[in-house]
Design a protein around this ligand. Structure first.
Ligand code: GDP
Length: 358
């Protein structure tokens, strides 16, 4: 499964957030695997469509899609110099598919800030600098080798050009991800650069920021094109201890529409480039995860490899059309259920039944 690595300076609330995430993991009744690693939190992707499907099909169970987070502990400053823990820290980030960077914006004089003051821009720079330095090292090693291969006609010049462009971006102090629209990311993919990974910024905030759209807009602009999530890690750790109803009341009391963890799951899922399709029947209403752009047979393969191998066609109705029709039969008589073949590209919210031969 694709994972999101959680990083950040000491004392910004990483553990608090991660504990809330893992607590949610334990509570998530549908997580069937016994081997939950201690540094992995698997959270449900909130999806109200599943409740509606369960209603229509009389499903006994609801199984949402999930998002996995990995706690990447370790010192940050000097990590790129490659000593001990620093090396491990970078290796762990390299394994993740996206990075969620926790940044402190809450004020609390009882919680010491490593640099003596709350300064989100500088904190972000501290972390990104380490990642940028590590990537510069990677490129410094790769470029001369590749240049030799290019002059020997054993490698593509376009790849070398992409490496040099990326190097320029890094030298200017920017992450590859932030410049993704102007770089040839496909040529860079083989390097698995740390700063090429999609990033999410998790601003650990208090009421001062959570209640201020202006402050949020300012912080969001600071990190764009990366996505920003605003939450109060302490409140999240309390929310997961409450019943669903109590949690809803507490959110309302704070003028919030959804929990920070739900927000983080949604943004994380998107950032990983994933989408869901839905299946439903009397047994269960379920969301399945596929990469954006997956074809119908690939989607079938997520349920079972036999489904992909023996794929014949997919019977598909959009969630909205199904709900508007009221039932599968009604949707069929209204001509809303389509037969799609092996070239069909799945859309988020497709309700699907696969036809296959074994
Ligand atoms: P980490 O070093 O990044 O893992 O940070 P911790 O999660 O251990 O948090 C450091 C301290 O900050 C702890 O005393 C937490 O209770 C406190 N803390 C974490 N999140 C918040 C928050 O949202 N608001 C406030 N006021 N304190 C927080």
């Amino acid at each position: 499964a694709l994972t999101i690595g959680i990083v950040g300076l000491p004392n910004v609330g990483k553990s608090t957030l991660f504990n809330a995430l893992t607590r949610q993991t334990i509570l998530a009744a549908n997580y069937p695997f016994a081997t939950i690693e201690p540094n992995v939190g698997v959270v449900n992707l909130p999806d109200e469509r599943l409740d509606k499907l369960a209603e229509i099909f009389g499903s006994a169970k609801i199984l949402p899609a999930t998002v996995s987070f990995v706690d990447i502990a370790g010192i940050v400053k000097g990590a790129s110099e490659g000593e001990g823990l620093g090396n491990q820290f970078l290796a762990n980030i390299r394994e993740a598919h996206a990075i969620a960077q926790v940044v402190r914006v809450f004020e609390d004089e009882n919680v010491v800030h490593v640099d003596g003051r709350v300064d989100p821009a500088s904190d972000r720079e501290t972390i990104n600098t380490e990642l940028i330095l590590a990537d510069m090292q990677t490129l410094e090693n790769a470029i001369p080798k590749l240049a030799k291969q290019v002059s020997g006609k054993k490698a593509d010049k376009a790849t070398l050009d992409a490496y040099l462009e990326a190097q320029k971006v890094l030298e200017e102090g920017n992450t590859v991800f932030s410049a993704a629209s102007s770089l040839d990311m496909e040529q860079l993919a083989g390097l698995n650069l740390l700063t090429a990974k999609p990033q999410i910024y998790v601003f650990n905030a208090d009421e001062g920021v959570l209640g201020s759209p202006e402050k949020q807009a300012e912080l969001a602009a600071l990190v764009a094109p990366a996505q920003a999530v605003f939450l109060d890690a302490k409140m999240e750790s309390e929310l997961v201890e409450l019943s669903e109803e109590e949690a809803r009341e507490m959110l309302e009391l704070n003028g919030l529409e959804e929990s920070g963890l739900d927000q983080l799951a949604r943004v994380g899922f998107q950032t990983l480039g994933l989408q869901t399709y839905l299946t439903a029947g009397p047994k269960e209403a379920r969301a399945w995860t596929v990469p954006q752009g997956a074809t119908a047979p690939e989607a079938a393969g997520v349920i079972h490899t036999d489904f992909q191998r023996g794929f014949i066609k997919a019977e598909i109705v959009s969630f909205e059309a199904l709900v508007a029709a009221g039932s599968m039969n009604e949707a069929k008589s209204a001509g809303k259920v389509r037969m799609e073949g092996k070239d069909y590209v799945m859309k988020d919210g497709d309700v699907v039944e696969f036809r296959f031969a074994v």
